[in-house]
Design a protein around this ligand. Structure first.
Ligand code: AHG
Ligand code: MN
Ligand code: MN
Length: 346
């Protein structure tokens, strides 16, 4: 990893602005999100000492979010940190979060900006209490022309409309990974100084890989093309793929995607019998789209298995999708199994 020790996120963003790639409003927006991520990083790092572990709600009465999932205390804390940080800066028209039923316009007491911010405040909730990496994922869209108080419908833009996206992974290091549509770049938090420093410019994902990430316990619920694809991966050197594959599954999408940006691989959360009625497990607007933008900007590919992720026209804020992303040729291979299967059916 190349080190650019003297380039802080602030300087990087000013240089992007001078190059005409972002305006001052978007620069401020990214700065504010990064500051919120630093606060979340501190909360995550305190763990049991900060009383932030465990479920939200009262004993015996878990707090359930719009996704139908029990909220952890850190899901709620992270959501509040992001809301509080972004409400007053004047760069946003509205916000939407995995943890909130509907989108929220910026209150009239604050100036309104031209952008919409969407986030998964804390990704990998099942890993909080066991001290394994978690993260924050975010996506930025333009507010439609002439709209100052956006509703959910104004957020329903395909991933290609994103103007910025990123995630912050809270692991052994706190790392912010960002794209404003000109490459994917990583910044590591210098905890003593309190600033994010550029540690990897223009990340490139290797096109080929021998590593896959999937929750294998769902195998029997997968649809046939996914069964066939993974069977061939597992067959290794002796199988049709002609090489041995290794498997990794952190169960925090941020951590799995971070590994793939660092050394390649394919991440998948396919359609399965348990989540089919919902359309998949992962959320298009808060997880799949921002990660797909980052991966494409690093030379990788991202698909639902059948169509390019960023081309999906969202029908709902909390829409779920099947996800395949990472090393370009491996994603193409997985998509090929779906295409062949669909062609046989036709
Ligand atoms: P979240 O914590 O925001 O609900 O997201 C969890 C997601 C994702 O991070 C991860 O890849 C997946 O759920 C883990 O699912 P399994 O429980 O099937 O491992
Ligand atoms: Mn998530
Ligand atoms: Mn979450």
């Amino acid at each position: 990893m190349t080190t650019h020790a003297n380039i802080a996120l602030t300087r990087f963003l000013i240089e992007q602005q001078r190059a005409g790639r972002i305006n001052s409003e978007l620069r401020l927006l990214v700065e504010v999100v990064a500051r919120a991520c630093k606060q979340i990083s501190v909360a995550v790092g305190k763990g049991a000492l900060g009383g932030v572990l465990g479920e939200a709600g009262t004993p015996g009465q878990a707090s359930i979010n719009v996704q139908g999932e029990a909220q952890k205390k850190l899901d709620v804390i992270s959501n509040e940190i992001l809301l509080e940080a972004n409400a007053w800066g004047g760069h946003l028209a509205g916000l939407a979060s995995e943890e909130m039923d509907t989108s929220q316009p910026i209150p009239d007491t604050y100036p309104h900006g031209n952008y919409l911010l969407l986030f998964d405040p804390l990704d990998g909730s099942s890993n909080i209490d066991v001290n394994v990496s978690v993260g924050t994922i975010f996506s930025v869209l333009r507010c439609p022309e002439g709209v100052s108080s956006p509703t959910d419908a104004d957020f329903l833009q395909p991933g290609t409309a994103q103007v910025a996206a990123g995630y912050c992974v809270y692991g052994p290091q706190t790392t912010l990974v960002l794209t404003v549509g000109h490459g994917t770049h990583a910044f590591t938090l210098d905890r003593e100084v309190g600033s994010f420093l550029l540690t990897s410019r223009d990340i490139r994902i290797p096109e080929d890989t021998r590593e896959f990430a999937v929750n294998m316990s769902n195998q029997r619920f997968w649809e046939p093309p996914m069964q066939d694809y993974v069977a061939d991966l597992l067959a290794g050197k002796e199988g049709p793929r002609g090489k041995d594959f290794n498997m990794r599954w952190v169960a925090s999408m941020v951590a799995d995607v971070h590994r793939i940006l660092t050394r390649g691989g394919i991440f998948s959360y396919p359609l399965d019998g348990k989540c089919a009625a919902k359309g998949g497990k992962l959320r298009l607007m808060y997880e799949a789209n921002p990660m797909s933008f980052l991966v494409e900007q690093a030379g990788g590919a991202a698909s639902t298995g059948r169509v390019r992720m960023l081309a999906v026209q969202p029908a709902g804020l909390h829409q779920r999708v099947p996800v395949f992303l990472g090393s370009r040729r491996e994603v193409e291979a997985a998509v090929g199994y779906h295409r062949d299967f669909d062609a046989r059916l036709a």
